[in-house]
Design a protein around this ligand. Structure first.
Ligand code: MRU
Length: 360
């Protein structure tokens, strides 16, 4: 929190033409702000997951392009910067969406006149993201209210971090939860740890910041809690939603969807338009990021004195697989919540919300 008790922004352009971000690799143990002053800083921040979460990756990439053009405003720089940023992380389509939007906006302008417009457009993408997440909160609350009315309180399970830290404000899956809590509904959140990178700790950190009651669980506890009726709904974000409603999200999401369906608990996916890839026919066509095995082998944390450190829990020789995302088929998703409302997780449902996309 800042001294005036407002949250520190996840990303903030500075008056001298740089960008400040919260280094999410240091959370929840320390809230460290770092400065991105050039394209390479932005590329590194996305790749190292100092910024993460689909919407925030998109906004950071847009500013990365603007930083590149501020250093050198010509066609070759624009193309090379877009390629470098696009190569950082493959699954979250918000990255490619933001870069394509920036390039469309800049294409009409002569070299030498683009840097200022790029900065403005990146700001517009950020502002729109915050506005869309706010509306996702309102539409998601409409789905949660009847559950809260039935149970006299609201218990929601989430996975990974799809909150304000993953976006500019509010987040996607956490936006309806914040809306419910702010509307005075007694709310409790089950926060799944989300091995191996533990993004659930980021969720716990920001729920704590907002004052929302929550409990952290090991990923493996989720099925038992759902089977026992301890959650009224599961609400997650997405990194890419295919045209048929299949959704890619953090690894482990699919298991929660299966357990929720078996327990008769509604399973909702919340995401803005920038996460929907109408050119991707099904979840099977979504690229899944495979990350370094050391994310499994080496635990990150702090020691008894609060100093950051690492602990090897698995031998370096042990073969490990580390797919970062999985696909939840649309049949397991009860609704997709976007800034326009909610719809069934089907091609027809998505087309009805976004008729301007036409047949895909
Ligand atoms: O690898 P990460 O931490 O970037 O993955 C993030 C997620 O999977 C989120 O659930 C998703 O991006 C939605 S964020 C609003």
């Amino acid at each position: 929190m800042k001294p005036d008790n407002t949250p520190i922004p996840t990303l903030r352009p500075t008056p001298d033409g740089a960008v400040e971000i919260i280094d999410q690799t240091a959370l929840p143990h320390a809230c460290r702000i770092i400065r991105l002053g050039c394209l390479e800083d932005a590329v590194q921040a996305i790749r190292a997951m100092q910024v993460r979460g689909a919407p925030l990756i998109g906004v950071t990439a847009a500013y990365g392009l603007a930083l590149a053009l501020a250093a050198r405003d010509d066609d070759a720089t624009l193309a090379a910067a877009a390629a470098a940023l696009a190569a950082t992380r493959p699954t979250a389509v918000n990255l490619g969406w933001a870069l394509a939007r920036m390039q469309r906006r800049l294409a009409r302008l002569p070299a030498g006149a683009r840097a200022a417009i790029a900065w403005q457009e990146a700001g517009a993408i950020a502002d729109e993201d915050a506005a869309q997440c706010r509306r996702i909160g309102e539409h998601g609350l409409a789905l949660l209210r009847p559950l809260a009315a039935r149970h006299g309180r609201l218990a929601v399970m989430t996975h990974c971090n799809a909150g304000r830290l993953a976006a500019i404000a509010f987040g996607t899956a956490l936006a309806p939860i914040y809306a419910a809590f702010d509307a005075g509904i007694e709310t409790h959140v089950w926060v799944s740890e989300t091995r191996p990178r533990n993004q659930g700790l980021l969720t716990a950190w920001e729920l704590q910041e907002h004052g929302v009651p929550h409990t952290l669980i090991a990923d493996n506890a989720a099925g038992a809690l759902l089977a026992r009726g301890q959650a009224d709904a599961v609400l997650v974000g997405a990194d890419r939603i295919a045209a048929n409603g299949d959704a890619a999200n953090k690894i482990g999401t699919y298991l929660k969807a299966l357990a929720a369906r078996a327990a008769g608990v509604p399973f909702y996916v919340a995401a803005p338009r920038s996460t929907i890839d109408f050119s991707c026919p099904t979840g099977g066509a979504i690229p899944i990021e495979e990350r370094h095995g050391d994310e499994l082998r080496v635990a990150q944390g702090v020691d008894a004195t609060g100093q950051p450190g690492t602990l090897r829990t698995i031998s370096p020789d042990e073969a490990v697989a580390n797919p970062a995302f999985d696909i939840t088929p649309g049949q397991l998703i009860d609704a997709i919540v976007t800034e326009r409302g909610h719809c069934p997780a089907t091609a027809a449902g998505l087309r009805a919300l976004y008729p301007e996309t036409g047949d895909v």
